[in-house]
Design a protein around this ligand. Structure first.
Ligand code: CA
Length: 152
């Protein structure tokens, strides 16, 4: 899956990208809201990990613009703020899930998995003719014969 990590803290951004890479995902990074918005216009991502506090436009504004374009990207909002109002605001703007910093990497990974499950092709679905994809066990078959692919 293609994932965009929007985070201006370079250490955290690198850490999240590493974790997602290890999970077999292709990861791009943006460190400002404007850059994130431009990348979201140019590329379609399955998931955006979106920090709220950014140097220019904040994560909420990036989210608002993304939803205005009716993009189907899943959005996981990260914030240092723990106010109920922020949480509600993010969800009202169309965030799919919410994680308050600091968070455990295991929880981050679990939420990413849950969001990607929602967007991925239903398990065992036949795409056309002999081609079937099982996203749970990451297995592709052509005419019932398993095909070896990399995780990505
Ligand atoms: Ca930040």
């Amino acid at each position: 899956m293609r994932i965009l990590v929007v985070e201006d803290d370079p250490l955290l951004a690198a850490g999240l990208a590493r974790v997602l890479n290890r999970g077999g995902h292709a990861v791009d990074r943006a460190d400002t809201g404007i850059r994130a918005d431009n990348m979201l216009r140019a590329t379609s991502y399955e998931l955006v990990v979106l920090d709220v506090g950014l140097p220019d436009i904040d994560g909420f504004e990036v989210l608002r613009r993304t939803r205005l374009r009716r993009a189907r990207t899943s959005v996981l909002v990260l914030t240092a703020r723990d106010g109920i109002e922020d949480r509600v605001h993010g969800l009202d703007l169309g965030a799919d899930d919410y994680l308050t910093k600091p968070f455990a990497i295991a929880e981050f990974e679990a939420r990413v998995r849950a969001l990607l499950r929602r967007t991925s092709i239903p398990s065992g679905r036949r795409l056309f003719r002999g081609l079937s994809v099982d996203t749970e066990i990451k297995r592709v078959k052509v005419n019932q014969v398993p095909v070896d692919l990399t995780v990505r």
